[in-house]
Unconditional design. Structure first.
Length: 150
């Protein structure tokens, strides 16, 4: 070996000078564009709020007891909130609150909010009680109660 020549990495292969030793590659042939995709087959429409499967489900005795207890507690909290709201409104318009307009507005706002919360909870309690009393339509009635709560 001569010191001026670089050592080949693979001595068994001939050394090429540049790209001239490689054969010219032909370009890829022009391809036809992809055909348009066929439309998907039509699907059957989804049933609009079909509760036929849900209407057949009936809560058991233990579930009805839990729902009934929840209804009773919701009614109790609704009544408590309603009474507190009425008390706050009475306090807002009493002589003691008239000394400060800010105190009067704050008390009245709190009273109205408490009354609204109480009415919502009493409505939810009535819906939950209808779940316990009904037969064959429990899931639909439960969904009504949950919608009232939300």
């Amino acid at each position: 070996m001569h010191p001026q020549q670089p050592q080949q990495a693979y001595p068994h292969q001939p050394q090429h000078s540049g790209h001239a030793a490689y054969p010219a590659q032909t370009p890829y042939p022009a391809q036809a564009p992809y055909p348009a995709q066929a439309p998907y087959p039509a699907q059957a429409p989804y049933p609009a709020n079909d509760q036929s499967a849900a209407a057949q489900y009936e809560f058991g005795e233990a579930e009805n007891k839990t729902i009934g207890t929840t209804a009773g507690r919701a009614r109790a909290w609704g009544i408590i909130s309603l009474l507190l709201g009425v008390g706050q409104l009475m306090l807002a318009f009493s002589n003691a609150a008239r000394a400060s307009q800010l105190a009067q507005i704050t008390q009245a706002t709190g009273g109205v909010v408490s009354i609204v919360v109480g009415v919502v909870f009493i409505g939810v309690a009535a819906s939950l009680e209808s779940v316990v009393k009904s037969r064959g339509n429990d899931v639909a009635l439960m969904m009504t109660a949950l919608k009232k709560l939300s």
